[in-house]
Design a protein around this ligand. Structure first.
Ligand code: ZN
Length: 325
C-alpha cells in the first residue's frame, strides 16, 4: 500500500505529497481527526514515501526501505503503537524514542518516529517529548496521530505542523464495508449514519450482538416503554455501553429532527415509519430532557460510575419523562 491507496483523504494526501516534493519537512507533524479515518496508515505510508529509494512522491512498496518500514524493521523508522494494549504512552516510551532518534541514520537520509494515538501520552511523556521536538537533529521527523487534540499540550501542538483528517464520506464507507461484510443494506446504511465518518466505529458497530440489542431497544422505546425500567443490556466493556447509549441518543434525536421537519438528517432511516408515528405525540421539551439525561449517564459512566446503577437511574428518569411510571 502507498499514499495513493488511502481512501477519502485526497486533500490531506495532496498536502503531504507537496511537502515531499518541496522537501520542506517540519520536525513535528500532528495528524488529527476522528478515530478510524486513516491517520496512522497515512503516517506509515508518508514515512515510506519520504524514505523510498525508488519513487519520488510516493512509496514504490517494493524497495528495501519500503519493505522494511512495512515490516517494522527499518532501523531509521521507529513506531510507538499502543493500539493493541490500549495502555497510556509513558515517559519510558518517549525515552526509548529519544535513544533511537539520537543515533545516526543507518539506511536513509531521515530518521522518522511515529507515535500512534499520541493523545494517550501521559503529561510527563508529553513534557519529555516537547524536549525532543526542541532538540531534534535537523533530519529527524516525529509524526503524532491524535483523535483528541485537546489532550495534547499546547506547547507540543505549537511545535508541530497540523494536518487535518476529515471524516470519511458515506460512499467510501459503504464501499469498504460492502467489500468486507455481508450486513444487510438497511443495517449498513444505519451503521454508516451512526459512525460519524469513522471506519473504526463503523466496524465496531458491525456485529450481530449490537444489531440485536438495537432491535430490542427499539421495541422498548416505541411500544413497551414501561419495560425500559427493567432493561439490562448484555455488555462486556464500557465501550459496549457507550454504543448502546449513543444509539438511544440517536433514536430520540431522530424523533426531534422529524418534529422539526429535518428528516434528511435522521440516522435511523430504516425505522423512519416508527419514528414518525412517535414524533406525532412526543413533545420537544420531553425529548430534549431525555437526550440530556442519556448524555449525563454517558458522562458518569465515562467517569467510572457504577454502570448498573447509572443505567437504572437513567432508565427510571426516561420512564418518568415518558409518563409510564
Ligand atoms: Zn520504495
Amino acid at each position: 500500500m502507498s499514499l495513493k491507496d488511502i481512501k477519502g483523504q485526497d486533500y490531506t494526501i495532496s498536502i503531504l505529497r507537496k511537502t515531499i516534493k518541496n522537501s520542506r519537512f517540519s520536525q513535528g507533524f500532528l495528524f488529527y481527526g476522528n478515530p478510524g479515518v486513516g491517520k496512522y496508515i497515512t503516517a506509515l505510508n508518508f514515512a515510506k514515501a519520504i524514505n523510498c529509494k525508488k519513487s519520488d512522491l510516493d512509496s514504490c512498496d517494493k524497495c528495501i526501505s519500503c519493505r522494511k518500514i512495512e515490516n517494522f524493521n527499518h532501523p531509521d523508522v521507529f513506531v510507538i503503537n499502543h493500539e493493541a494494549q490500549k495502555n497510556s504512552i509513558k515517559i519510558d516510551d518517549i525515552r526509548r524514542l529519544q535513544a533511537n532518534m539520537s543515533l545516526k541514520c543507518y539506511e536513509s537520509d531521515r530518521k522518522i518516529c511515529i507515535i500512534r494515538d499520541a493523545d494517550k501520552m501521559t503529561l510527563q511523556a508529553q513534557n519529555s517529548l516537547l524536549k525532543s521536538l526542541e532538540d531534534l537533529f535537523e533530519k529527524s521527523i516525529i509524526i503524532l496521530t491524535v483523535s483528541n487534540l485537546e489532550s495534547i499540550l499546547p506547547t507540543v501542538v505549537s511545535r508541530c505542523k497540523l494536518v487535518r483528517f476529515n471524516p470519511l464520506n458515506s460512499e467510501i464507507l459503504d464501499k469498504i464495508i460492502s467489500e468486507k461484510s455481508e450486513v444487510s443494506d438497511s443495517d449498513r446504511e444505519y451503521i454508516i449514519n451512526l459512525s460519524g465518518g469513522s471506519l473504526e466505529k463503523a466496524f465496531s458497530l458491525l456485529n450481530d450482538k449490537f444489531l440485536k440489542q438495537r432491535e430490542e431497544l427499539i421495541g422498548l422505546m416505541s411500544e413497551k416503554k414501561d419495560k425500559l425500567l427493567f432493561y439490562e443490556p448484555d455488555y462486556e466493556s464500557r465501550n459496549d455501553i457507550m454504543q448502546i447509549l449513543d444509539f438511544m441518543i440517536s433514536w430520540y434525536r431522530d424523533i426531534l429532527l422529524i418534529k422539526k421537519d429535518v428528516d434528511s438528517l435522521v440516522v435511523n432511516r430504516d425505522k423512519i415509519n416508527i419514528l414518525s408515528k412517535i414524533a406525532k405525540y412526543s413533545k420537544l421539551d420531553k425529548l430534549i430532557k431525555i437526550i440530556e439525561n442519556i448524555i449525563d449517564a454517558k458522562r458518569k459512566i465515562l467517569g467510572n460510575a457504577n454502570v448498573k446503577l447509572t443505567l437504572e437511574d437513567s432508565m427510571l428518569k426516561i420512564c418518568e419523562l415518558e409518563g409510564v411510571v
